[in-house]
Design a protein around this ligand. Structure first.
Ligand SMILES: Cc1ncc(COP(=O)(O)O)c(C=O)c1O
Length: 396
């Protein structure tokens, strides 16, 4: 295989918006990333919830080859192609009746939901978005405005105006900022990700649905991180029995290729006309064909059973980790989306885990986030948590 490796001296060619550690990865297989030296790292970040099927998944390789065989990587949305239409139809089957808009990332999907909500709301005064403390929806001007990280926003103000804030679990705090005349939408992650892996109670989602109906406000679920099998259900909102007006998706949906999507219920979709929104790359034939293969894999009942079985194993291992008294105090999350709450900052533990050849990331200052691939092996779960325990011991 030809070397795709740069050298350490090329690091400065990339804009410094990230500060990655020194390891330089050159290949991946299953749940493992391989460094140029040959060191193998167990990857419990899965590309931040993107690599749902792990590295080098045969399903994805096959889908890429099939798509390449057509010769059409991209055509633009000026023309019809079969993969985008077929994928949209299958997404609708698995979510709720409506239509799908494809784009290229989570933030782009989030921005689209805000535009669609305003279009549906009729414009003018009814343009406000209600977001929640602890939320993360992206880094563009609209999604950043609705993201509860004031420090991320401060250097770039003014961001999108008209965002009001409420507390998860406190419906009165939502009622206090929702107004039929001014609110276009309420946006929530059914499991908050970046904000510390915090599942939102189903009864709160139901209360939000009722409040949004009462005030003719669109309800948007952001399942960019928690969706697509991560919780053990295909979508995290399913257990609530609530149907949102829009659902935003991205990260895992094309198995590692960049793709975002918004599913719009018919009453919202019907307000959108040609020219209202666009994106050159959205839903191109290659990425859409791959996404269809990923969707078919992840949506299979036996696959979701497998996610739940793995999640149970992870729960058991994390229960023991907490009992071991090495600084892990509690565990939050659903399925294979877990936050280990520490009695100290997470960053040194993330670094110590890397010394143990385990890749994890943080979710807030004192939470280690675990997002293994959805097909992680049971033995890899045990191995990963053993490595995390050693990292906690080493960094205490
Ligand atoms: C819930 C949620 N929404 C939106 C985003 C933004 O996605 P992207 O980084 O693809 O723009 C993220 C990214 O972490 C996310 O976790």
């Amino acid at each position: 295989m030809p070397s795709l490796t740069g050298t350490r001296s090329t690091r400065d060619a990339l804009l410094g918006v990230y500060a990655p550690p020194n390891e330089m990865f050159v290949s991946g297989e299953g749940s493992w990333l391989v460094e140029e030296s040959g060191r193998r790292f167990l990857d419990f970040t899965a590309g931040i919830a993107v690599n749902a099927l792990g590295y080098d998944a045969p399903v994805i390789r096959r889908a890429v080859e099939e798509a390449l065989a057509t010769g059409m990587i991209h055509t633009s949305n000026l023309f019809r192609t079969e993969p985008a239409e077929a994928l949209a139809a299958e997404l609708v089957e698995h979510t709720f009746p409506g239509r799908v808009f494809f784009c290229n990332s989570g933030a782009e999907a989030g921005e689209a939901t805000f535009k669609f909500a305003r279009r549906w709301a009729g414009g003018g005064a009814k343009h406000e978005i209600v977001a929640f403390r602890g939320s993360f929806h992206g880094r563009l001007f609209g999604t950043l405005a609705a993201t509860d990280r004031p420090a991320y926003r401060a250097p770039f103000e003014p961001v999108m105006p008209g965002v009001r804030w409420a507390e998860v679990g406190d419906i009165e705090s939502v009622r206090a900022v929702v107004d039929r005349a001014t609110t276009a939408a309420v946006v929530i992650e059914p499991v908050q990700g970046e904000g510390g892996i915090r599942p939102v109670p189903d009864d709160f989602l139901r209360a939000l649905r009722a409040l949004c109906d009462e005030h003719e406000v669109a309800l948007i679920f952001d399942e960019i991180q928690c969706g697509f099998g991560r919780t053990g259900d295909l979508f995290a909102f399913e257990s609530s029995g609530v149907t949102p007006d829009m659902l935003s998706l991205a990260k895992p949906i094309a198995g590692g290729f960049p793709m975002g999507a918004v599913v719009l219920a018919p009453h919202v979709a019907d307000t959108i006309a040609p020219g209202d929104h666009a994106t050159t790359f959205g839903g191109g034939p290659l990425v859409a064909h791959v996404a269809r293969a990923v969707l078919r894999t992840v949506a299979a009942p036996a696959f979701l059973d497998g996610v739940r079985e793995r999640a149970a194993r992870l729960d058991a291992a994390l229960h023991e980790l907490v009992a071991a008294g090495v600084g892990a105090t509690t565990v939050r999350g659903r399925g294979l989306m877990k936050g280990v709450v520490l009695n100290r900052p997470a960053a040194p533990v993330v670094a110590a885990a890397r010394d143990e050849e385990l890749l994890v990331c943080g979710a807030g200052p004192d939470v280690v986030r675990l997002l293994p691939p959805l097909n992680v092996e049971l033995a890899e779960i045990d191995e990963g948590i053993a490595r995390l325990q050693r990292a906690l011991e080493a960094s205490s």
